[in-house]
Write a protein that binds this ligand. Structure first.
Ligand SMILES: [Zn+2]
Length: 130
């Protein structure tokens, strides 16, 4: 079991992360909105910039979803337990990656499934949330 103090500390880190992600996402959205220019041609540096921003936005939104999810797990009192297999997630992993809700093994298995376009079958998980 994780110490309550450690969970509290990581919750704080996650909340800060959330704030900064929301700020970055908002700023990026504004940039993307303001740069709409129908006259730019394909391969134009402006288009490449826009594509980069759009990709970054996707990355940030995925990170935000992970942070929100981890906060939900904390609120449910299940932080530090792998939501797929129920194994304990080592504290060292949570120190590096506070948004982690899966153990290393499950994380890599789920990522492999998603890369192959397979569903990780959340309903069979230890915590079948969502
Ligand atoms: Zn696991």
């Amino acid at each position: 079991m994780l110490e309550a103090q450690f969970v509290e500390q990581n919750k704080h880190v996650l909340l800060q992360e959330r704030e900064s992600l929301l700020g970055d996402i908002e700023a990026l959205k504004q940039t993307l909105k303001s740069e709409v220019d129908v006259d730019v041609e394909e391969g134009d540096p402006e288009i490449i910039e826009r594509e980069k921003s759009a990709t970054l936005l996707e990355t940030l939104e995925a990170k935000l979803a992970a942070v929100d999810h981890a906060l939900k797990i904390i609120a449910a009192g299940q932080y530090g337990v792998c939501e797929r297999c129920g194994a304990e997630i080592p504290q060292e992993r949570l120190e590096v990656k506070p948004e982690a809700t899966l153990c290393v093994k499950c994380q890599s298995e789920v990522e492999r499934m998603l890369r192959r376009g397979m569903s990780p079958q959340r309903t069979r998980w230890h915590f079948p949330v969502e």
